[in-house]
Design a protein around this ligand. Structure first.
Ligand SMILES: NC(=O)c1ccc[n+]([C@@H]2O[C@H](COP(=O)([O-])OP(=O)(O)OC[C@H]3O[C@@H](n4cnc5c(N)ncnc54)[C@H](OP(=O)(O)O)[C@@H]3O)[C@@H](O)[C@H]2O)c1
Length: 299
């Protein structure tokens, strides 16, 4: 059995959205899709529709070579492996090497905006993976740089709604968030459209917001005032360490604010519309739709 499209990370939240949109929005036949994951037992719903299910783990070269050999186009979803420096980059380089060896015609990768020389501490994984793709012998590829998910806002909203304070080192920097579902939709479109070219897209929302603007929108939706307190990045790190986070992890999270302050996540592009023919979901509409979730975060 061979499939036209293989999606790695298929049990993850983005992988699920890509599979859904390949079937529902792009009209791809289930038998043309291979859903690849470390957890194939979690993909029964897709298997029942006729999607091929394969066990693929970026820490297991043989699993990648076997899975990728059956596919024409392979989507590599960046992993969430942040256990030790260099592990995620090694996994993704191994995936690229396996795709080359398996004769994949087109490789797609989910990266982040402006990964080169970024102040974000995990950006070198994306920079290194993009460089490995560009240096590879793959005949064609697509790099899809995803801006931050709307859903990430929940991580800041929880503590902010509990205390009434949002400690931020992002200053007046803005983020052009986009819904995770919209990313799944655009990546499915990019997979189907992918031909013989080498392309880079940056997927963003249609507007960008500072932490202060986000706090004001969340306050209105939740019915509780959140005040943004500006702190230096080191203050943010020490606050997270005081709350129980290991320091290296706190430094990674705090570097997100540094990247926002630097403007790395503020750029707005038309790439979502170019791929899907639609406008991305609006951030303010999404915030309003989460009113119940925000209210439930108030102690
Ligand atoms: N743009 C953003 O705001 C943002 C936010 C968070 C994360 N991300 C990045 O985008 C990726 C997808 O986001 P998500 O929301 O779907 O995250 P998620 O639900 O936490 O999923 C994590 C993903 O990592 C994959 N993975 C972990 N270890 C792997 C391995 N050894 N081999 C192959 N795949 C492995 C998982 O695949 P299986 O479990 O199916 O094997 C799964 O697809 C994340 O992994 C992360 O790199 C982006």
């Amino acid at each position: 059995m061979t499939a036209k499209y293989l999606v790695t990370g298929a049990s993850g939240q983005l992988g699920q959205q890509v599979l859904h949109h390949l079937l529902a929005s792009e009209g791809v036949a289930p038998a043309d899709i291979s859903a690849a994951s470390r957890k194939p037992d979690q993909l029964k719903e897709f298997a029942e529709k006729g999607v091929l299910v394969r066990r693929v783990d970026f820490d297991d070269v043989a699993s990648m070579e076997a899975g990728f050999a059956e596919a024409e186009k392979v989507l590599i979803i960046s992993t969430d492996t942040l256990d030790r420096p260099g592990h995620r980059l090694a996994q993704q380089r191994a995936a690229i090497a396996a795709a080359e060896k398996a004769g994949v015609k087109h490789l797609l990768y989910t990266s982040m905006p402006e990964p080169v020389n970024s102040p974000l501490l995990f950006a070198p994984d994306h920079e290194g993976t993009e460089a490995a793709i560009q240096a590879s012998a793959l005949p064609a590829w697509t790099i899809v740089r995803n801006n931050w998910y709307f859903e990430n806002v929940m991580m800041s909203a929880g503590p902010a709604l509990a205390s009434g304070h949002w400690y931020s080192a992002a200053g007046e920097g803005k983020v052009a968030h986009i819904a995770r579902e919209d990313l799944g939709r655009a990546i499915a479109a990019a997979l189907v459209a992918a031909g013989n070219a080498k392309k880079t897209y940056t997927l963003t929302g249609a507007s960008s917001y500072t932490h202060r603007e986000m706090a004001s929108l969340i306050s209105a939706a939740a019915g509780k005032q959140i005040t943004v307190i500006d702190v230096p990045v080191e203050g943010l790190v020490q606050g997270m360490v005081g709350a129980g986070l290991p320091e290296p992890v706190a430094r990674v999270y705090a570097s997100i604010d540094t990247a926002i302050a630097h403007g790395s996540l503020a750029g707005i592009t038309g790439d979502f519309k170019a791929l899907t023919g639609r406008e991305p979901q609006g951030f303010e509409d999404w915030i309003e739709s989460q009113s119940g979730a925000f209210k439930s975060m108030i102690p």
